[in-house]
Write a protein that binds this ligand. Structure first.
Ligand SMILES: Cc1cc2nc3c(=O)[nH]c(=O)nc-3n(C[C@H](O)[C@H](O)[C@H](O)COP(=O)(O)OP(=O)(O)OC[C@H]3O[C@@H](n4cnc5c(N)ncnc54)[C@H](O)[C@@H]3O)c2cc1C
Ligand code: SF4
Ligand code: SF4
Length: 418
């Protein structure tokens, strides 16, 4: 990796500046804001303190969620959704590489001078390392998913110091929320935000514990994905693959604090403040795009004929899966969901789920409802006073069919969304 910690005048195309240490904060995923000179901005910019999703969504997309389009209650404002694949999948990409290809095109066409994203840390390829990429050929370094979080927004200061005014940021939802909150203070001429969904993240250290349970030699695992067909896919250094049904994952062997409270309670799964969200949940084996605003359309257009698009499908029914998940989460008393199913039944249910369980958009809706249930259950237990500030009205709408309702003290501060 080309790294340049000090020589600002040099021009490496993948640049990992040294960053200030984080300020101590509870409920923090170190998005990088606390490492900047104006660390006090966390108070108004953090999704874990007093987020205002209705106002931010209306500001970024020009309108709030539309109650006449029920999927917006799940996924946030969008113009259209698509199943998508690059005709030529990019080597090393998490799926086919749409995310990094969009950023490549932004750099190739001169629309931006720099892209802020994560590359693998040279000392641990599963650990994200914030980098500034200034030429399209550098984007291949960022492909693929890392587990953990790293201070992406701390890069905004070196970007400013270099005089870049047109940038793109690729980020996960807790980073994008803070970015949008300070966007207008940055003095940029152009900002493109490419978001990925994010859920069940944890520290890279914790993630290594999980990998150790999945293979005899976890160092040989190069890729992991929780697919929409209820399998985890693993790839190894020798090119081999392994698929494990969700139900057979060794979740019960993980410590109860495996997922930090932040990641069990964050309310933005689908990156609602991005211009375009690039995920897979609603894609039935392909990628899933949510084009949220005009800038998102512009980003998709950059791909031209490189991308194959189709209408997302939807099948199955989610209600019983979500209700079962909620019951398990409540029984787990703050830890990881316990599963009451006997071992002999798991292979059968594991075989049935991809065939009769929720698929396509219905799968994505089920995951949004599960995440919303988790947020309410865990936050009520661990930090009840934050419920009112952190849980917006649209999340209450998602959990309501499962019997979770806000008490008067828990009603959202603004109460104006949906
Ligand atoms: C922790 C985590 C959980 C996720 N969970 C879901 C999910 O439940 N459902 C879903 O639909 N999608 C999820 N995603 C997104 C998904 O894994 C793919 O990244 C996304 O679909 C883009 O695929 P791609 O082939 O276009 O990406 P690529 O072209 O391979 O690019 C991936 C981009 O993601 C960035 N990135 C990788 N790891 C991180 C990280 N830890 N933090 C910040 N940025 C990172 C890379 O720098 C790169 O820019 C998750 C991503 C992460 C990081
Ligand atoms: S804004 Fe970022 S750095 Fe600040 S408390 Fe929130 S997650 Fe942590
Ligand atoms: S799960 Fe939520 S809080 Fe955790 S890293 Fe992802 S977006 Fe951030």
């Amino acid at each position: 990796m080309d790294q340049d910690d000090s020589a600002i005048g040099a021009n490496p195309i993948v640049w990992a500046p040294s960053l200030a240490p984080p300020a101590p904060r509870d409920m923090c995923t170190d998005c990088g804001l606390s490492r900047t000179a104006e660390a006090k901005r966390c108070g108004r910019a953090c999704q874990f303190i007093k987020p205002d999703y209705p106002a931010m969504e209306a500001r970024v997309h020009g309108r709030p969620r539309d109650p006449a389009r029920p999927d917006e209650i799940f996924f946030g404002p969008f113009r259209r959704m698509a199943r998508a694949s690059l005709r030529q999948p990019a080597p090393g990409a998490q799926w086919t590489g749409i995310t990094t290809r969009i950023a490549e095109r932004l750099l190739e066409t001169g629309a931006v001078e720099a892209v802020l994203t994560m590359a693998p840390d040279p000392a641990d390829s599963w650990k994200p390392m914030p980098v500034i990429i200034t030429a399209a050929e550098g984007m291949s370094r960022a492909r693929g998913m890392r587990m953990g979080y790293a201070p992406l927004l701390a890069l905004l200061e070196p970007v400013r110091d270099r005089g870049y005014k047109r940038i793109a940021v690729i980020g996960i939802p807790c980073q994008v929320y803070a970015l949008r909150a300070i966007e207008h203070d940055l003095g940029l001429d152009r900002l493109y935000v490419i978001g990925t969904p994010c859920s069940d993240n944890t520290t890279t250290e914790n993630f290594h514990t999980f990998l150790a349970l999945l293979a005899d030699d976890p160092k040989t695992i190069t890729y992991l994905e929780f697919r929409a067909d209820y399998y985890v896919e693993l790839r190894f250094t020798d090119g081999s693959k392994k698929e494990i049904p969700f139900l057979k994952l060794p979740i019960s062997k993980l410590p109860s604090d495996f997922f930090p409270l932040t990641c069990r309670t964050c309310v933005d799964y689908t990156n609602v403040l991005a211009d375009i969200t690039v995920g897979y949940m609603g894609g039935e084996g392909e990628q899933w795009l949510l084009i949220r605003n005009e800038r998102g359309e512009e980003l998709l257009e950059l791909l031209g004929e490189d991308v194959r698009l189709s209408e997302p499908g939807s099948a199955g029914k989610r209600k019983s899966a979500v209700a079962g998940f909620l019951a398990n989460t409540e029984r787990a008393a703050g830890g990881l969901p316990l599963r009451s199913m006997p071992d002999w039944l798991r292979p059968i249910v594991g075989w049935l789920m991809p065939r009769i369980g929720p698929r396509g958009l219905e799968f994505a809706r089920s995951r949004l409802e599960m995440k919303a249930c988790e947020t309410v259950v865990h936050l009520r237990r661990a930090m009840p006073r934050r419920v009112r500030h952190m849980v917006p009205a649209h999340v209450w709408a998602l959990v309501e069919p499962y019997g979770l309702k806000p008490t008067p003290d828990e009603l959202p501060r603004s109460g104006t969304d949906i």
